[in-house]
Every structure is written in structure tokens, then in C-alpha cells.
Design a protein around this ligand. Sequence first.
Ligand code: ATP
Length: 322
Amino acid sequence: ACPSRTAAPQMNGTSQPPQQQPQHTPAKKTPRDFIFGKVIGEGSFSTVYIAKDIHNRKELAIKVCDKRHILREHKEEYIKREKDVLNIVSNSGAPFFVKLFATFQDATRLYFVLTYAKHGELLPHINRVGSFDMACSRFYAAEILVALEHLKRLNIVHRDLKPENILLDENMHILITDFGSSKIMTNENDTNDEDDRSRARKNSFVGTAQYVSPELLTAKTASTSSDLWALGCIIYQMVSGLPPFRSGSEFLIFKQIMNLNYEFPDGFCPIAKDLIEKLLVLEPYQRLGATDEVGYPSIRQHNFFQGIDFETLQNQTPPLIY
Ligand code: ATP
């Protein structure tokens, strides 16, 4: 929960004097270009509002971050990373990601204008039904996989993929968000840079305990394969209702991860089990798909995805969650 909600920006009400802008350069947006509605979510230093663009009536989500709070918590790098990666992903035209339409600021706040994910996070949908049936698990796993293929092409590791960071749009297709912990790789084989080494010394990690890969815990290397580990955890959770590694404390969860200590409940679909066992592999380069050159054809070809047409996912009607 957010300790101090970022104060609601002024509602738009009056029309603005026209600004002189060079031709073909879209005017920098301001809070007055939007009608702010209700709060739809809160982060540790941000508040997200539903909003409407006054020019085209489009519904959007606007994340408002309090500058003082960011400085106090030393989160400047986190926010910058989020903006940079959202820009890369948005400009790539890849589907299945929240898009960043504009950013602006005033004296005290930063604003991110984003795609509005009408159906919220994937997590409460899993929790509401207990677990997904195979059609749902397969469909959403396929959309996540395609999203990860795009990130791989863009040399981005998300590093905090989890059902809270997978949002759902008005048609129930996924929109991955929250790139604050992500990493842009400069060298595709090795991302063990000073940032990672410093984190190893401090014994801290990026991501969320239940979904963090063993290599992010030891900070040896971070590669796109770290997101494949998270994919394994998420498929396990969709099929069974709970993540594979869970315990009362982060320390115990980390121990379980490092020892690959998890179990499948009775009746767990054997085909899903086989795929998960090939993704939850301690050595990052031995995970299914880790050595695929382009995309993840070896994961696509796994029996779990039988019957999925990966090319048309975005135009398909997702199976009902019930
Ligand atoms: P933290 O910053 O603490 O890691 P967070 O990343 O969840 O938390 P925000 O990005 O500010 O923080 O999001 C707060 C909440 O708002 C999220 O939990 C999510 O449910 C909701 N939310 C964020 N972005 C959108 C969006 N584009 N559409 C709909 N809801 C959103």
C-alpha cells in the first residue's frame, strides 16, 4: 500500500490558450489535456488514475509519481529505467505491453500516460477461480511467451515478471507492465555488469521473491533466460493456483529456489509439468528455449502449446476464465 497517495492533479475544466508550436511537432502534453477520474491503483511512490484524453475521448491510465518521494527513496534510476524501457517497447510496436503515450511533469510530479488495462492484474483472476483450466493456462502462457520473444528481440530482460505485472485489456489480452527492474542488455552474452556485482555484494536482488530466478539471487548473470524461469513459475501458478516456491519468509523462499525445492500437487497435468520442469532449471542456459537464436521456437513446439496459433493470438477471443 502506498504510504502517501500522490495528490490528485487539478481537474481539467477550462480551455487552454492555443500554444505556438512548430508545425508537425505534437505539443508537449500537460495535465490539462486530460480529465482525471478515479484512482485505479497505488504503488510505493505512485498513484494511477483512470483518465480521458480531452481531444479524442480515449480512456487512459495516468501514473503520477511524487518527485520528493522518488528522491527520498533513491528511486531515480528505477523511474528512468521504467521510462526508457516503456519507450523502447512502445516504439517497437510489439503487442502485449502497456504502451507509454506521453510523459510530462510539473514542479512536484512526474506523469506517465499509459494504455488503460481495463481488467486489471492477472493475479486476482487466478485467485477468483482458484486455478485456470488448461485452455486458459495454455492461452495466457502463449501470450506471455510471445511477449517474451519480443523482449528478447529488443535485448530487454524484464526481471520482475509475475501475475501482478501482467495486466489485462478490455478484450482480456495481456499487457505486461512494470519495467522498473528491467535491464537493457548491451552485450547479449553477458550482463554481469557493475550494477549486478554491486547488488551481489549488498546481497540484494531485483524482482519479487516467489518468481526470482536463482541467477538473479546470486547475481551471476542476468539474461533473457531469467524471464523464462518466471514463465515457468507463472504457468505453475495458473495451473495449480499457487506459485511453486512459497514460504513464510523471503529467506526460506530463496533457499527453496536455490535447491530447486518444489512439488507438483496430485493431479497436476503431466504435459504442463513436463514444460515447467524444463523451464525451472537452475542453470539458465539449460532452460528450454535459452539457446534458441531467434524467439523461442523450442518452447512453442512443446506439447503443452499444441493447437495454439501463435501468429494470430492478438486477434483471437481469449477463453473465458471461470
Ligand atoms: P510498486 O511501484 O510499489 O512496485 P506498482 O508497480 O504496482 O508498485 P504502479 O505502477 O504505480 O505501482 O501501479 C499501481 C497499481 O495500479 C498496480 O497495482 C495496477 O493494479 C494499477 N495499474 C498500473 N498501471 C495500470 C494500467 N496501465 N492500467 C490499469 N491499471 C494499472
